[in-house]
Write a protein of this length. Structure first.
Length: 121
């Protein structure tokens, strides 16, 4: 089953509509026509300690033109934010995972982003 096409994420009060450009089983890629924003979604089954698990990964990326301050040559750079869920096939509900996501989202406020950007650990 696929996610809705297109996927829309609002950045700085502007909706970014990204149509699906790739669909291969449990992997889909959504991307704006100008390549500025993309969402990559994949689910990978794996085994750890002889137990079956599923890793769900969402990577939201932005591509922009950046001038090199030393040469003034323009080039493309990309920044990505990812969210990964690593879970057993049974034992946790979608509600429990959503509660964890909500807690993490609250923790990742403007202050924490600044600390992470400043490489605090």
């Amino acid at each position: 089953m696929s996610l809705a096409d297109p996927q829309v994420i609002t950045v700085n009060a502007v909706a970014k509509s990204m149509p699906r450009i790739l669909s291969e089983g449990t992997h889909s890629l959504y991307q704006m026509a100008d390549l500025t924003y993309s969402v990559d979604v994949r689910h990978t089954p794996f085994t750890r300690d002889k137990k079956k698990r599923v890793r769900s990964l969402v990577v939201f990326s932005q591509r922009t033109v950046v001038a090199d301050p030393l040469t003034a040559i323009n080039d493309y750079e990309t920044v990505s934010i990812s969210f990964q869920i690593d879970r057993p096939e049974i034992g946790f509900t979608a509600t429990q995972i959503d509660q964890m996501r909500a807690g993490l989202a609250t923790w990742l406020d403007t202050t924490m982003i600044g600390k992470l950007f400043g490489r605090e650990a």
